[in-house]
Design a protein. Structure first.
Lengths: 98, 360
């Protein structure tokens, strides 16, 4: 997963729900240096009884915000969505550097 | 060395000096199905031949199982299987487990986290006490999630005491009954398969059904060898501080905690739940257990006080009836005695009064 262009990750989930799997896996995909390189990560754990859907919001360097529905999407499709935009930014960055 | 004689050795001598005879006899003792010892005794050549034949027929019984190698459903000599055994024994013996998700901690961050945890736990207990013992056995370890999942299933669904014994033969050929109920056994495998078979969800009361959604992604567990709210509160204030009840240690008291490496390590640890005395708790539940003042002893003292005071009330209530009866009888007796001793007029009045008090 390309994480260079992500500036902000906000997620809320109830770990006792099976639908929280993709949100939790997304957090585990962020690199060890994510926080030190300026990405802000907010993970809010909901209490066990809550039925609130698990959500994931991602902000990119160009200001684009992405709201992903973790209830229906698996980790693969989330990574695909994020990478689709990241690749665009990567291409722009490469052109600017060249 | 004496020269070799080419002739046959006389019978008596041969049988006396032949050392192979004793060995053949011991083999015969071991194996009741071997040829009779009478055949061995003739000549030297005959004896060696007999020894060779008994050696080839020294076979273990077909269904003999060495006691050190019981049959297993999973290969017993792989790392994974042994890890599974460690996890099952950990789950059976550890009353308090906190489950954390760890998101890409580096080795130095793990070291810093463990160091701070050890320091904080060491501070709350003095040397040589029970609480120091608990603190020294507290451990934060990374687990293999899927294997831990299987271990949880085995611990819940496999009951070793209910496994029926199987009949095999011992080394001596006798039939014996042996129970193979270890965690890698076929019985354990079948019990788990039977419990989790099919599409129907497990009952809500099953603790595995409650904890299984937690077992996703990279996990680490913090284990304490006893349910000690004091230690739990300290661990919570280090690993997942929440200001009013479990504040993080101050910069002055533990500067190492505010070290950037340690801080980035703590940020990546996420408490997702806990398993305390076979019950599953979420974040709030774990905090509740950590917030019990004075630990289990205080709870027990409360219970004892409650039971005692209830008992006291009951005894006074039961005593009351007999006591009032005794009082009335006593007063009546004193009245009667007075009647016998003193003047009739005054005594009658006294008696009337006594009756009044009795009726009231």
């Amino acid at each position: 997963m390309i994480t260079r262009f992500i500036t902000d990750v906000t997620t809320r989930f109830n770990p006792f729900s099976a639908r929280a799997k993709s949100a939790r896996l997304f957090l585990s995909f962020l690199p060890p240096t994510a926080r030190s390189s300026g990405m802000s990560i907010n993970a809010k754990l909901l209490p066990r009884a809550s039925t609130e859907p698990s959500t994931l919001q991602i902000k990119f360097k160009d200001g684009k915000e992405m709201k992903l529905d973790c209830e229906s999407m698996g980790i693969k499709s989330i990574v695909e969505e994020v990478d689709r935009h990241s690749r665009l930014l990567q291409k722009e960055a490469d052109l600017a550097a060249a | 060395m004496p020269p070799r004689l080419r002739c046959a050795v006389p019978r008596g001598l041969g049988s006396a000096i032949n050392p192979s005879r004793t060995t053949s006899r011991s083999a015969v003792l071991l194996l009741p199905s071997a040829p009779a010892p009478a055949a061995v005794s003739a000549t030297r050549q005959y004896a060696t031949a007999a020894v060779a034949s008994t050696g080839s027929s020294f076979r273990l019984p077909a269904d003999y199982i060495p006691p050190t190698k019981p049959p297993t459903a999973r290969p017993s000599d792989t790392r994974k299987s042994q890890l599974l055994r460690t996890y099952t024994s950990l789950l059976r013996s550890t009353p308090l487990i906190l489950i954390f998700q760890h998101n890409n901690l580096t080795a130095v961050e793990w070291a810093a986290v463990r160091r701070e945890l050890r320091l904080a736990l060491g501070k709350i207990s003095s040397d040589g006490t029970e609480s120091a013992e608990v603190a020294s056995r507290a451990e934060l370890q990374v687990i293999r999630t899927r294997i831990f999942d299987v271990a949880l299933k085995i611990v819940e669904f496999h009951d070793p005491s209910k496994v029926a014994p199987t009949e095999t033969s011992a080394l001596s050929g006798n039939r014996i009954k042996v129970v193979h109920n270890h965690d890698l056994s076929k019985a354990a495998y079948k019990a788990v398969k039977a419990a989790t078979k099919g599409d129907e969800p497990l009952p809500e009361s099953s603790s595995y059904a409650q904890i299984s959604p937690l077992l996703v992604g990279p996990l680490a567990i913090f284990t304490l060898p006893a349910v000690s709210p004091a230690h739990l509160a300290t661990a919570l204030s280090i690993l997942s501080p929440s200001p009013p009840a479990f504040p993080a240690p101050t910069r002055k008291k533990s500067p190492g905690y505010h070290d950037p490496i340690a801080q980035s390590g703590f940020q990546k640890l996420m408490l997702v739940g806990g398993r305390i005395e076979d019950k599953v708790f979420d974040l709030e539940g774990v905090k509740w257990v950590g917030g019990i003042d004075g630990g289990l002893d205080a709870l027990r003292a409360q219970l004892v006080y409650m039971l005692q005071s209830a008992g006291l009330g009951l005894t006074t209530a039961l005593e009351g009836a007999s006591k009032s009866l005794w009082l009335t009888m006593e007063s009546r007796r004193s009245v009667l005695e007075e009647e016998q001793n003193g003047g009739k007029e005054g005594a009658k009045e006294d008696a009337k009064e006594g009756e009044k008090t009795e009726s009231s």
